[in-house]
Design a protein. Structure first.
Length: 306
């Protein structure tokens, strides 16, 4: 068992000290019309997995900078990148960095976008409260996700067919194999929780922030409507839930990144908000939503609980 001793870095992370000028973006605003790192209005696209977290981050940022207004659209991750490529969003908050195809696209346009890992996230598995199966090995999980499991019939449910959780399971767990034809998409994360709470054989796949209580100071309680499955890594010795320490150490194997990807032709509000997400305040809030902050100095020590 581990307890977290967090040594907060009170200095802001200098993510974007000098903004890259992206002449080919088509920006025609005059200096007077442009937004700044702490003022103006922009639209951003956010992976809907992170709606609870980003709603809180925006609220805090706008309270610190009253002249700043961030309009977030929450959608499947694939659509976030489409917005970035189509110039309808300068900043996206997603679960991965740019891929090689996207880097090549920007390189052809002589554009240098920016990105940064902000935190480590866990993909949680949830089951009905009446379901006695609340632990899984990675081998068992692979069989469930590729449809080769024969001992028990599971109804797998995701939030959206184009979501980051679907991509994570398909790429990282199934190694490119398709998901079973019986997989369901519940449309939204709250609907995943509601469906699992009603169906005894359901197995929900959801971002950990959706089943976390940011007001829980103990960081050990999850949504009481469902069970959170314990998973054992391939070479692990114990079954663990997606607690922050286990995510950070890799003991919980369903681990992914939490990134910002930015394409901004000047130092504007997108740069300012991205910088805030890597700052002490932004990282502290990330920690409250059970993600493991990547921009803070965190030390783990072994402890005995009585």
């Amino acid at each position: 068992m581990f307890t977290r001793l967090i040594k907060w870095n009170k200095a802001y992370i200098a993510l974007l000290a000098t903004a890259t000028m992206l002449a080919s973006c088509g920006e025609s605003k005059s200096e007077a019309e442009r937004d700044t790192p702490t003022s103006g209005t922009i639209r951003i696209s956010v992976d809907e997995t992170y709606k609870p977290l980003l709603t809180s981050e925006i609220k805090v940022f706008e309270s610190l900078y009253p002249k700043a207004h961030i309009i977030a659209e929450y959608k499947p991750e694939a659509d976030c990148f489409k917005d970035l490529l189509a110039d309808s969003a300068r900043l996206v908050i997603v679960t991965r960095d740019f891929n090689e195809k996207e880097k090549g696209f920007f390189q052809e346009l002589k554009i240098t976008p920016q990105s940064m890992l902000l935190a480590w996230d866990g993909v949680a598995l949830i089951t009905n409260k009446s379901n006695p199966d609340s632990i899984l090995t990675m081998d068992q999980l692979r069989k469930i996700m590729d449809g080769s499991e024969t001992e028990k019939k599971w109804q797998i449910v995701f939030d959206n067919q184009n979501s980051s959780t679907v991509r994570f399971i398909r790429d990282s767990i199934n190694q490119g194999k398709p998901l079973p034809a019986s997989v369901m998409a519940a449309k939204t994360n709250p609907e995943v929780v509601d469906y699992v709470a009603k169906m005894p054989n359901a197995l929900g796949v959801i971002g950990v922030s959706w089943i976390s209580d940011p007001n829980d100071s103990t960081s050990i309680e999850f949504n009481s409507k469902v069970n959170v499955v314990k998973v054992r890594a391939d070479y692990g010795s114990e079954f663990v839930k997606p607690y922050q320490a286990y995510i950070a150490l890799g003991s919980y194997p369903l681990k992914r990144g939490f990134f910002f990807c930015l394409k901004e032709p000047y130092s504007g509000l997108g740069s300012g908000f991205a910088t805030f997400l890597g700052s002490y305040e932004g990282q502290t809030l990330i920690g409250k939503f059970r993600l493991f902050p990547a921009r803070l100095n965190i030390v783990f020590r072994e402890a005995n609980l009585k």
